[in-house]
Ligand binder design. Structure first.
Ligand code: PGA
Length: 264
């Protein structure tokens, strides 16, 4: 992975059925102009991945899994493995806050999923971030540290080149649904510096400089430029606003270097 490309990831969560996902992709494909400096990734429901992989122009969009189980195969009723996703998706979210907090994915599960993705040539997007109470108690730095150390425990320097980190403060997710409240770019900058510093401790300065770090939580067409303007931010993970093709395209447009969004 290189930081030359800005990554814009749509996390559709448990929205859009297979038919709706296909229609959406059709609509989005007509709107989005491809640029070499922007990579657009779509994470639909697992049900739609196979059909969208046949429909998608892979030069225009990449696909991501929202979740998977860390074993490659076996008696794990109801689960999908990274081995089964291989060849269909290029990326996979790992440790998204809803997986951690609603489905109780542990640090051990998340570490195993990062490993499984890497083993299957899928780029894990390791999501980290503090909850509202951790934020209020001033524990952000410790949480980010623990989630990074936990998630990357078995990852080598070479493997780290194929890992993306996404900082998503849990308390700021879903402001569009009236649940979270959007974070301020200056606070995001500080936390992403903590993340790069931690990577520096674990893997050295070169890795800290080259790892791709995304921001996500209530990103919309109005605030996307401010987050993208942060020098430490290499892309966005977008939930609610990615469900509207026009809004999502507005966000993608801001990621293109010629769009007028300058790094500060
Ligand atoms: P949101 O979701 O953009 O709706 O806040 C982001 C996420 O959970 O990835």
């Amino acid at each position: 992975m290189s930081r030359d490309k800005t990554l814009i990831v749509a996390n559709w969560k448990m929205n859009l059925n297979v038919g709706e996902a296909s229609l959406y992709l059709h609509q989005l494909a007509k709107l989005v102009k491809s640029h070499r400096d922007v990579e657009v990734v779509l994470a639909p429901t697992a049900l739609a991945l196979q059909s969208l992989s046949l429909q998608v122009n892979s030069r225009q969009f990449k696909l991501a899994a929202q979740n998977f189980y860390w074993r490659d195969h076996g008696p794990y009723t109801g689960e999908i493995s990274a081995t089964q996703l291989r060849g269909i998706v290029q990326y996979a979210l790992v440790g998204h806050s809803e997986r951690r907090h609603v489905f109780h994915d542990s640090d051990k599960d998340i570490r195993a999923k990062v490993q499984a993705a890497i083993r299957n040539h899928i780029i894990p997007i390791l999501c980290i971030g503090e909850t509202a109470s951790e934020h209020a108690d001033g524990e952000t730095r410790d949480v980010v540290h623990d989630q990074l150390v936990g998630g990357l425990a078995n990852v080598t320097s070479e493997e780290l080149e194929h890992v993306v980190i996404a900082y998503e403060p849990v308390w700021a997710i879903s402001a569009g649904d009236g649940r979270g409240r959007a974070d301020k770019p200056e606070d995001v900058t500080a936390v992403i510096r903590v993340i790069r510093n931690q990577i520096k401790h674990l893997y050295g300065p070169k890795a800290a400089e080259s790892i791709q770090v995304l921001y996500g939580a209530s990103v919309n067409p109005d605030n996307a430029a401010a987050f993208l303007a942060i020098p430490e931010v290499d892309g966005l993970l977008v939930g609610g606003a990615s469900l509207n093709a026009h809004d999502f395209n507005e966000i993608i447009k801001k990621a293109h270097k010629g769009s007028g969004v300058a790094k500060v």
